[in-house]
Write a protein that binds this ligand. Sequence first.
Ligand code: CDP
Ligand code: CDP
Length: 226
Amino acid sequence: ENEMIAIAIDGPAAAGKSTVAKIVAEKLSCVYIDTGAMYRALTLKAINNQVDLQNEEPLVGLLANTTIKLKQSATGQLVILDTEDVTEAIRSQDVTNNVSYVAMHPEIRREMVARQQALAAHTSVVMDGRDIGTHVLPNAEVKIFLIATVEERAKRRFEENTKKGYNVDLEELKKEIEQRDLIDSQREAAPLIKAENAVEIDTTSLTIEQVADNILSEAYKVLQRS
Ligand code: CDP
Ligand code: CDP
């Protein structure tokens, strides 16, 4: 009989969380849940509705009337905000630069965490974010904390953008990543921090495959134990 497993992957921006989470989920036939996409979707809606991002109350009201669905498709995970496909739109510079302010608010996090826990209640998951091992899935069988130098992370985002044909500045990317990491690490509510029992992997000089294999071997240890 198949045992349920939850794998939590946390870490700073562009450490490779979503890339390896997808690979691991595929290999283990788990559902992949991108929690950052949920905060990004709310941020996009707030910007479009000119809701003040610094003010928690109107944001809480907005979220209460918002559905965010993560839909698996042949081309990867789609993010559906209410009825709209926002998979691409939530990656915009504007959303990226503002999402950490939305994610600071404790009541917003409370609702997001509840939704994320519901998604993981009856199925095996690989979930990535900032507070998965510490708050969302504190009992996850496998907890991973991915890190890499900020130079390497900026370079990865730079290459991603270049491949898509976008013209971006490496120094700007580095600043944006540092700024977001700072806000995420220093906020009061569920800051970005390694869970006590998480396995830390420095991916700076590892390939995607090496990182995925590392995580998979942690998962197999747990699965064999049962
Ligand atoms: O992929 P990238 O590292 O650019 O970011 P993301 O995972 O899409 O997350 C975007 C932002 O959402 C983060 O910088 C955090 O401010 C927030 N976030 C969070 O607070 N908690 C989570 N579990 C996931 C994301
Ligand atoms: O989800 P997170 O923001 O942590 O990172 P990501 O969106 O997965 O982006 C990481 C980028 O670095 C992707 O373009 C990967 O192809 C690349 N990369 C990686 O993820 N892991 C490595 N060990 C090397 C490169």
